[in-house]
Structures are given as structure tokens and as C-alpha cells.
Design a protein around this ligand. Structure first.
Ligand SMILES: Nc1ncnc2c1ncn2[C@@H]1O[C@H](COP(=O)(O)OP(=O)(O)OP(=O)(O)O)[C@@H](O)[C@H]1O
Length: 268
């Protein structure tokens, strides 16, 4: 499998009076076609990391390569879905207008692409509505459709389901799994929810407290067909969940980044 994203020796320090070392010597790779979840404690630097990968912020040190080319600015073939759907959609544009918006500079059939992406997320009937006429979960589907319409090489998602209720969250998680199964998307998703990281991920990267560094990389051997009840009740899921929880809460685990590489290791 080829490498989609390679992060090497990444560091970021916020300067000035509030000087803060947010990320330190952070490195990992995302393989093409893989859904990688990053889980870490609140304030550890997850959003900073995604902003840097998305080209919205320059790192203080280290490098990031997308398909072998170092990122300098906002890459064309990368899309981001943020947590706050209410601020990421344009309220004066219809749903279809929002999905077509990032395609305006590309020579593609915008209408066709937008309609296709809306069908992927089950919102064909809402194309002419405005975002404010939709529920929160539907608005986040629009944001996902807008990102998918550009056919990004890499889809970045920053806590995409953190602002919706639990039932909608489950539905959106399953939607994401089915879309990526069908289209083989490469996805890097940040969450602070351990269960979500295991339910969605082919691989989970566990980050330390700030400054963020990779504590462990775990393979998630749960297969590609997952369901909210059976998968979450499985012995493997429960084992991984307690393993990640221990890694996140144990100061000793932060000492050796290779302490728990590849899910086989147990913290018990
Ligand atoms: N502009 C800034 N200036 C100084 N410090 C900052 C700035 N932005 C973020 N930080 C600090 O950097 C650290 C990482 O912030 P970041 O938002 O990346 O964390 P996070 O893991 O995404 O947080 P959360 O889980 O709460 O969303 C935090 O301690 C935060 O206070």
C-alpha cells in the first residue's frame, strides 16, 4: 500500500506572551485508502496538527508530504470537515450551491458532481433547501458532501461528529464508513472519543498530552463491516478501548512512543 501522507519530526510552538509548545517531534504516516483516527486528550494539539496538515498554519519544525510532495500552502487535493457545521456552510447559498462552491475553479460539471455527492450522503431531496432549514446532522452531511465532491486525495476531519446528538452521531459514523468503503477514500479523523476512534479506524494513533507526540499506533482488526451494536460489544473492541484508555491516562505510556505499536500489545 502506498503512503498518502507522511509527517516527519513535526513541531509547533505558539510564540509571544502565550508561548506554548503545542506539538513536539511528532511523526506518522497515513497509507492510501486507510481511515486513520487520531485520539488525544483535550488541548493536546489535535486541531493545531490538522491545521498544519491542511496548510492553514506553518509548523515551527518538521515537514509534511502529501503523495511524496512537501506541503507548502493549502494543497489542492485535500478537503477538511470541521466540527462546527453551522459556521462552515454559507447560509445564503442553497445546499447544492454550498456543495458546488469549492468546484468553482475546476473544469468539472459542477451540478453533476454536487448531485452525486449529495446522493452519497442521502440528501438528494434537500438540494434546493438552505442550510438553516436542515437539522444539525443534515448540515454536517452537507459539509461532508461538499468535501467529497472535490474528490480529495485526503479528507481531514476535525471532531466532525462532536456537535450532534448521540443517535445522529452513530448515523453519521456509519455514513462515513459506507462512503469510504464505496469510494476508497483516504481519511484522517481527529476525535477525543476513544470509542469513536476504534469504531471508525483501520488504525488509531494515540497522542500524548500537550506537547503532542505519538504515544502508540494501533491496528484495529475489526474488519470492514462494522455495526454499532455488535462491533462495540465485541471482545476485540472492548480490549482495544481499555488499551487506549490506559495509554491516554497513564503518564508512563508517554515515555516510550514504541511502547504499544500495533494493537497486539496489551496494556493489561
Ligand atoms: N493561538 C494560540 N496561541 C497560544 N496557544 C495556543 C494557540 N492556539 C492553541 N494554543 C494552545 O495549544 C494547545 C493545543 O491546542 P489545540 O486547539 O490544537 O488542541 P486540541 O487538542 O485540538 O484541543 P481540543 O481537544 O480542546 O479541541 C492548547 O494548549 C492551546 O491552549
Amino acid at each position: 500500500m502506498s503512503t498518502m501522507l507522511e509527517v516527519t519530526g513535526l513541531g509547533h510552538t505558539y510564540p509571544g506572551k502565550q508561548r506554548h509548545v503545542a506539538i513536539e517531534e511528532l511523526g506518522f504516516a497515513v497509507r492510501t485508502g486507510e481511515l486513520t483516527c487520531i485520539v488525544g486528550p483535550s488541548g493536546c494539539g489535535k486541531s493545531t496538527l490538522l491545521r498544519i496538515i491542511g496548510g492553514l498554519q506553518r509548523p515551527t519544525s518538521g515537514s509534511i508530504a502529501l503523495r511524496g510532495t512537501e506541503i507548502d500552502g493549502v494543497p489542492e487535493d485535500l478537503a477538511v470537515v470541521f466540527q462546527d457545521y453551522s459556521r462552515s456552510l454559507f447560509p445564503w447559498m442553497t445546499v447544492r450551491g454550498n456543495v458546488e462552491f469549492p468546484l468553482r475553479t475546476r473544469s468539472v460539471n459542477r451540478r453533476e458532481r454536487a448531485e452525486e455527492a449529495l446522493a452519497w450522503v442521502g440528501l438528494s431531496d434537500a438540494a434546493k433547501k438552505y442550510p438553516w432549514q436542515l437539522s444539525g446532522g443534515m448540515q454536517q452531511r452537507v459539509a461532508i458532501a461538499r468535501a467529497l465532491a472535490t474528490r480529495p486525495a485526503l479528507l481531514l476531519m476535525d471532531e466532525p461528529f462532536a456537535s450532534v446528538d448521540a443517535q445522529t452521531r452513530f448515523e453519521l459514523e456509519d455514513l462515513l464508513l459506507s462512503v469510504r468503503r464505496e469510494y476508497g477514500s483516504t481519511i484522517l479523523l481527529v476525535t477525543h472519543d476513544i470509542d469513536e476512534s476504534i469504531y471508525l479506524g483501520d488504525r488509531v494513533l494515540v497522542l500524548s498530552k500537550s506537547p503532542a507526540t505519538v504515544v502508540a499506533e494501533l491496528d484495529v482488526p475489526l474488519g470492514s463491516q462494522r455495526d454499532q451494536i455488535g462491533t462495540r460489544a465485541s471482545a476485540e473492541f472492548v480490549r482495544l478501548r481499555s488499551h487506549v484508555a490506559r495509554l491516554l491516562h497513564s503518564p508512563a505510556a508517554t515515555a516510550d512512543p514504541r511502547a504499544a505499536v500495533s494493537g497486539g500489545a496489551t496494556a493489561e
